[in-house]
Design a protein around this ligand. Sequence first.
Ligand code: ATP
Ligand code: MG
Length: 372
Amino acid sequence: MQLTELFLSNYRNYDQLALSFSADLICFIGSNAQGKTNILESIFLSCTGRSHRTPRDRELIQWGKEEALIRTKVNKQIGASEIAIGLSISDKKNILINQSPAVRMGELMGHLNSVMFSPEDLKLVREGPQERRRFMDMELSQVKPKYFYYLQQYNRVLNQRNRLLKDISYKPSLMNTLPVWDKQLAEAGSYIIMQRRLFCDALQTIAEEIHSHITHGSEKLSVVYKSSIPLKKESSQDEIQADFLSELEGKHVDDTERGNTSRGCHRDDIVFQINGVDVRTFGSQGQKRTTVLSLKLSELEFMAQETGEYPLLLLDDAMSELDPSRQKMIMKYIDKVQTFITLTDLDQFPALKGKSRQVYQINSGKALLIES
Ligand SMILES: Nc1ncnc2c1ncn2[C@@H]1O[C@H](COP(=O)(O)OP(=O)(O)OP(=O)(O)O)[C@@H](O)[C@H]1O
Ligand SMILES: [Mg+2]
C-alpha cells in the first residue's frame, strides 16, 4: 500500500500542507519542535482515527482555530481511495471515505494501515498492561474492522455494568439485572480474547524469528497472552464465553463491593519473555529496545499476512536509539514497505544514502522538498 498524497489544514503547527509522495522512502528532516512528528501523527490518525500521542482531538487542531482537516490518498492492490477526516472543537469527528460519509468510526479501519515505531514504544515493555492492550487493540482494529466494533461494544457494556455495580450498593434489588450485562460482556469479550490470543500466537512465531535474527541466535523471545479469565489452552470462542461468564458470576459479590468489574479483557495483558525470563521485570535496556523492535517489525508481517498487503511504516525518531545492527534490520523492511521517517539529520542514518527517496526539510510548520 502506498500513500500518494497528504493534505493538512489547521493541523497542529501546519496552516496548510500539501505533499505528494512518489517514492517508497520519505524522509522528514529538521530541528526539534518543527513539526516532523506532527506529519507522521496525521498519517497515523488517517489509519486509526486517533493520534498515537493523545486521545483528545482538540489538541490536534491548530491553536485558535475551530476546525482541522486531514486528507490522504492511498493506492492499494484493489485501487485508489481517499480518506478525509474533519476535526472540530465543538463537534465529533467527521470522516469521509471516497467522498461518502462514514456513519461509524469503524468504517475507517482497514483503508489505510500503518505501523508506527517511536522511542515512546518502549512503554510497551516498560509500563503497565494498558499499553499492551492498546497495542493489540490498535493492530487488530486495523486489520479486522469487526474487532473494532466488538471493542466499542465491550467498552460500552463494561461502563454500564460498572455503573450498575455502584448503584447496587444503595439499591440491592438491582442485582437481578446484573446477569444481562454479564452475558453481553462475555459475548463481546470472548471474541476479543479469541482474536488477541490468535494475534499473540501469530506474533510469537514471527517475533521469535526476527528477534533471534537481531540477537544472532542468542535470545528466544516469547509472546504470551495472559488473560484474567482462566482459559484452557486451545479453547474455542464458545468455551471462552462460558468461562468468561462463570468468572463474572463468581465475582458478583466482590465486584459489587469494589464497584467495578474485576475480570475481563480490560484486565488482560501480554507477557514477553526472553529465554524464559520476563522482559519487563528483568530485561536490560538493550533487551527491551530489541524486544520492541522485534514486535514492531512483526506487526508489519502480521498485517501483511492478514490483509495481503504491507502497511506503511512510520519511523519517528526511531534510529537515534538503535545500534548499527538493529538499523540494518530495519533497512530490510524499508526495502519492502513504504516508509516515512523523521530525523534531525540525514547523517543520523547513513544507510539511507543511495536509496531512492524524497527528502523534506521541515521548518516551523512548512515542508520544503530538498531531494527527490
Ligand atoms: N495544536 C497545535 N497548534 C499549533 N501548534 C502546535 C499544536 N500542537 C503542537 N504544536 C507545535 O508543534 C510543534 C511540535 O511538533 P512536532 O512534535 O512534530 O516536532 P518535531 O519536529 O517532531 O520535534 P522533535 O524533533 O523534537 O521530535 C511545536 O512547535 C508545538 O508548539
Ligand atoms: Mg518528533
